[in-house]
Design a protein around this ligand. Structure first.
Ligand code: ASP
Ligand code: MG
Length: 296
C-alpha cells in the first residue's frame, strides 16, 4: 500500500477534547493507505518554551508550570496512569539548568514536539490503533545552524527510507508518528527547522516516501484568499498551484510554511489543506495547477 502523510497542528490537539477527532480521521484513512503522522507541539507550547529559554522572570517560571500542567492534564484525561512516567521523563528536561545558547534553544524547544508525539502514540495505542514513534532526529539530517537548520535533502531521504523500511518490517500495519520541526546534525544533536517548520517536515517525509498525498489539518477551512480578520471578503480557495501557494506563503497570506511546496512539487504529491473541525468538507487542493488567487 502507498503512504499518506498527515500533519496535525498544535491547535487541533491543544486540549484533550481535540484528540477523538484525530482518531476519527485516522480510522477513515487507514483503509486507504499506510499513514505517517507528523505532529507539532500542542497549543502554544513552543511560545512557552521560548519564554522558558529566555529566562525572563517571572514569565519563564510561569511558562514552565503552564507547559507541565497542559501536558499532564491531557495525559490524565486521556491516558492510562502508566503513561505519566514517560511524559514526566520528557518534561524533566525543562527543569534542568538552561544555557542561553541557540543550541540549548533547540534542545529545550524540541521538548514540545517530543511531548506531543509521545501523547499521540500513547493515545492511538490505547484507543484501538497501533502506532509507533519515529524520532525525527533519526530521519531529518541537518547542518548545525541552530534555530534555522538547513536540511541535507539526500541524506534525509536515505534516512527516512531506511527507518521506514525497518519499522514496516517490525510493525507492518502501524501508524508511524513523527515530530515536525525537529532534526539532528551529523553528531545526533537536536536541531530545529525554524518556527512553523512542521509543514516542511511533513513535505520532506512525503517526498522521500513518494506518498500518494499529503494532508495538513488546520483550524481553518483551507487556504483563504486573504486574512479573514482583515478582509471580510476573503474566501476559501478550492484549488491552488504549488507556485501560487509558495508565493502566498512568502508574503504571509497563507497558512502554510513557505518551504513546504518544493519537496511536494518535485515528487508531484497533491497537498490537501483541510479543516480539523469539518473533515468531510472539501478544503483546498494544492497541485501543479489551480485557481488564480486574487491580488492581495
Ligand atoms: N511547534 C513549532 C512552532 O510552533 C513548529 C510548528 O508548529 O510547525 O513553531
Ligand atoms: Mg507550533
Amino acid at each position: 500500500m502507498k503512504w499518506e502523510v498527515h500533519k496535525f497542528g498544535g491547535a487541533s490537539l491543544s486540549s484533550p477534547e481535540g484528540f477523538p477527532r484525530l482518531l476519527e480521521i485516522l480510522k477513515q484513512r487507514t483503509n486507504q493507505a499506510n499513514i505517517l503522522l507528523v505532529v507539532s507541539a500542542i497549543g502554544k507550547t513552543t511560545n512557552s518554551l521560548e519564554m522558558v529559554w529566555s529566562g525572563a522572570q517571572p514569565q519563564a517560571d510561569a511558562a514552565k508550570k503552564n507547559t507541565e500542567l497542559t501536558h499532564l492534564n491531557t495525559c490524565r484525561v486521556l491516558l492510562k496512569s502508566e503513561s505519566e512516567t514517560g511524559l514526566n521523563q520528557l518534561l524533566e528536561r525543562i527543569q534542568s539548568p538552561i544555557e542561553a545558547t541557540d543550541q540549548a534553544y533547540d534542545s529545550l524547544v524540541s521538548v514540545g514536539e517530543k511531548c506531543s508525539s509521545f501523547l499521540v502514540v500513547e493515545y492511538l495505542n490505547q484507543h484501538g490503533l497501533s502506532a509507533v514513534l519515529l524520532p525525527a532526529e533519526a530521519a531529518i539530517r541537518t547542518d548545525s545552524t541552530w534555530r534555522n537548520a538547513q536540511v541535507d535533502r539526500q541524506k534525509t531521504k536515505d534516512l527516512i527510507r531506511t527507518s521506514m523500511h525497518r519499522i514496516q518490517q517490525e510493525s507492518p500495519n502501524a501508524i508511524v508518528v513523527t515530530q515536525g520541526f525537529l532534526g539532528a546534525n551529523a553528531h545526533g544533536q537536536t536541531t530545529t527547522l525554524g518556527r512553523e517548520g512542521s509543514d516542511y517536515s511533513a513535505a520532506l517525509f512525503a517526498n522521500a516516501l513518494e506518498a500518494n498525498a499529503m494532508f495538513i489539518w488546520k483550524d481553518v477551512p483551507g487556504v483563504m484568499s486573504g486574512d479573514p480578520r482583515i478582509w471580510a471578503e476573503a474566501v476559501k480557495l478550492n484549488t491552488l498551484s504549488y507556485d501560487d501557494a509558495t508565493d502566498m506563503a512568502y508574503y504571509g497570506a497563507s497558512v502554510i510554511h513557505p518551504k513546504t511546496m518544493l519537496p511536494l512539487k518535485e515528487a508531484g504529491i497533491p497537498l490537501h489543506v483541510k479543516s480539523y473541525d469539518a473533515p468531510g468538507a472539501s478544503g483546498t487542493l494544492i497541485g501543479p495547477t489551480g485557481e488564480i488567487p486574487p491580488v492581495l
